[in-house]
Design a protein around this ligand. Sequence first.
Ligand code: ARG
Length: 570
Amino acid sequence: MLVIDKEISNIFEKTIKSLYGDRNIKNLDITVATKEEFGDFQTNFAMMNSKIIGDNPRKIAQNIIDNIVDNDIVEKLEIAGPGFINIFLKVQYLNNLIKNVLTKKYDFSFLDTHGDVVIDFSSPNIAKRMHIGHLRSTVIGDSIARIYRYLNYHVIADNHIGDWGTQFGKLIIGYRTWLNKSTYDENPIEELERVYVEFAKASENSDILEENARIELKKLQDGDEKNYNLWKEFVSESLKEYNKLYKRLGVHFDTYYGESFYHDMMKDIIKELLDKKIAVDDDGAKVVFFDEKDNLYPCIVEKKDGAFLYSTSDVATIKFRKENYNLNKIIYLTDERQQDHFKQVFKITDMLGWTIEKHHIWFGIMTFDDAILSTRGGNVIRLEMLLDESKRRAYNTVNEKNPLLSEEEKNNIAEIVGIGAIKYADLSQNRQSPVKFEWNKILSFEGNTAPYLQYSYARIKSILRRAKNDNKEITDDKEVNIYEKQERILANHILIFPMAVLKAAETFKPNIIADYLFELAKKFNTFYNSCPILNQEDDVLYSRGQLIKAIGKTLKEGLYLLGIETLEKM
Ligand code: ARG
């Protein structure tokens, strides 16, 4: 089924074409009416295009209203204010659409979905456990991947793990010097973290350690077998650990091409940059200097000692993706501190003449009790601990509300609610603002939270079950008859779901979907409090039943796009 604003704009487009021909008119925006008395939808087309058309907006609006082409959608049009057109839809049209929501898919064929969308997210650095700082990239990246897939793009979810770099020389020394084998066997990353810290402490009073670490790193880079095997082990143990968390979070990757994957390509990158005079020799180092107007620091791509840098690796990564995929776009998710890095990398690829659509989607830093969470800071909250704590708290609530459920059910609900709450707390915020966690808020069953949405969904499911038990099952073929104002408001809100998804994709902001869902759940709860469903005349019961079924379906789909599961019972 066509997305509703497209369907309406088709009618306007035809009318406008017949009146004004093929002029270069500005976008025809159809938005939801801001007040009930303004109808269902509105457009400011006449105001936006009065200069281009060369008439005053009210006249244009009136002209469109008087000449609107024949259709089965529009009940009436009204002119408002300086030239708005208020659009009132035929109720039969809305009735049909709601029925379609239950049985059909939205048609997004107007999008240019050619090629591959590479989404580069999560990307932790090996040999460290994931902490709260990794949550945003993982959760927002996964949601964007889900949204793009929903819109029929071919997505490649890539985990660009940090598996190459100076830390490995240090880790190898640490491993050989301080490792406690039995702790390592039990929890490898924890032990690697510890020896890494030991190295840092010891190297404070010993330059030789740093030097030795460089030697081991060099050996690793030159393919020394022992070092290589150790490195491989660090990587695979780390991935094992990460995959446990990804599984719990419901996050999926198609590829795990880490920095090491690109290592052999970097020499050629430097050569190309030098050949094209994009990089120059600067006292032994290879450096890209930018135009003054770009306002960027010079970017070192090869150090004096021949070592490559993070930026070199990202230029190589882009080259690989360009050559191996049919790129539609690349989307990167990292925190705000990498903005300059990506500006430099993108500029360099522009200078190389590679035309690729790329977006660095950055987000604010997540805090908990005011501490900035970074591995270096003292106050690190590990991701696993965070999830466990959320689950524990959710369990207590479930236990209180529903003591009679089986232990297994309680645990299952607690896991889904606990993880949903954390993800939603992150995704419902504007990603560029910092996020501060507060347990009581994020786990509350009221307000803009996952538990509230999950609860609303379960409430709908329970109403549908009760109808079925009364022998009034709400099957998809039942007629919808929108009658009350409340019903119409709900119907319109259901129908704009794909508009919210499109907007979220365009702006890379899952919080647009979260806001949409919160509004939908609120509208449902208000509706249900004033318009009963069960014990009504059959036609009312079935019609309202269909409406809430469509809400349920939309809530589930929307939560899925945020990576959040729903429950049939809570
Ligand atoms: N490993 C990096 C970090 O932890 C993030 C990598 C992001 N992706 C990229 N292509 N640079 O900060």
